[in-house]
Design a binder for this molecule. Structure first.
Ligand SMILES: NC(=O)c1ccc[n+]([C@@H]2O[C@H](COP(=O)([O-])OP(=O)(O)OC[C@H]3O[C@@H](n4cnc5c(N)ncnc54)[C@H](OP(=O)(O)O)[C@@H]3O)[C@@H](O)[C@H]2O)c1
Length: 240
């Protein structure tokens, strides 16, 4: 976490629950100015500026970032965390289920990054941390849409890393394995138990374990790390 360094203005998309909320709490506990966006679950926590913003709507993204910057100052750290699943076997997956996942997970991350980058360029300092998934590189049955969106985020982050590295801006990807949040709880109990069984450390991870890595990548000492894909997956993605 960024302890011992200047307080930063941090925006976390999808910060109403799960991994995003754990990140927000950790940043706030370390004295940073933290804004979270949400689409449907309102957040009311001391130390967090909560702004409604459906990341798939360009107008809402623009307005939300303006409001946050007015209240907290230019965004220095973006944690692109908002994400959804619409699982189903590929042959039965609808056009809507594919495009909705791509729009929310991938296109909206590009959109939000585009909105905050000018401020970071001006400051010649910025951190973009993108939540992907172990599914990006191992795939997942029933998640062709989700895995494709999460793999796309790696190409996005690495392109940002190359375009804006000389301006003091880093872009990194965190790739969690199964983490105990609402997203995982949508899976049947037996599927969750099976997942825990194939994780080398033998359990599901916690949102706080992901937040710790996000916090480090957002910190000053992480300035020489960019374009990295950092697994927080209990070893699930390392192969057999
Ligand atoms: N949990 C896991 O096992 C796991 C594993 C690998 C990667 N990840 C990734 O980690 C990230 C966080 O996952 P999580 O498990 O914490 O998910 P979660 O508990 O389901 O929370 C998802 C968050 O995204 C927000 N969101 C969804 N659609 C949005 C939209 N259109 N506009 C704005 N916000 C939107 C939700 O806001 P509302 O509350 O308002 O709906 C919520 O804050 C996701 O990108 C996910 O793909 C999770």
């Amino acid at each position: 976490m960024t302890t011992g360094h200047a307080p930063r203005t941090i925006l976390i998309t999808g910060g109403s629950r799960g991994i995003g909320l754990a990140c927000a709490r950790a940043f706030a506990a370390n004295g940073h100015r933290v804004a979270v966006t949400f689409s449907s679950t309102a957040v009311d926590e001391p130390g967090l500026l909560a702004v409604a913003c459906d990341v798939t709507d360009p107008a809402q993204v623009n307005t939300a970032v303006s409001e946050i910057e007015e209240q907290l100052g230019p965004i220095e750290v973006l944690v692109a965390n908002a994400g959804i699943t619409r699982d189903g076997l590929l042959v039965r997956m609808s056009e809507d289920d594919f495009t909705e996942v791509i729009n929310t997970n991938l296109t909206a991350t590009w959109r939000m990054t585009k909105r905050v980058l000018p401020g970071m360029m001006k400051a010649r300092w910025g951190r973009i941390v993108i939540l992907s998934s172990v599914g990006a590189y191992v795939g997942a049955p029933g998640q062709a849409n989700y895995a494709a969106s999460k793999a796309g985020l790696i190409g996005l982050a690495r392109s940002i890393a190359r375009e804006y590295g000389p301006r003091g801006i880093t872009a990194n990807v965190v790739a969690p394995g199964p983490i105990d949040t609402d997203m995982l709880r949508t899976l049947p109990e037996d599927r969750r138990a099976a997942l825990a069984g194939v994780v080398p450390v033998g359990r599901i991870g916690t949102p706080e374990e992901v937040a710790a890595t996000v916090g480090f990548l957002a910190s000053d000492p992480a300035a020489f790390i960019t374009g990295a894909v950092v697994p927080v997956d209990g070893g699930l993605g390392m192969g057999f």
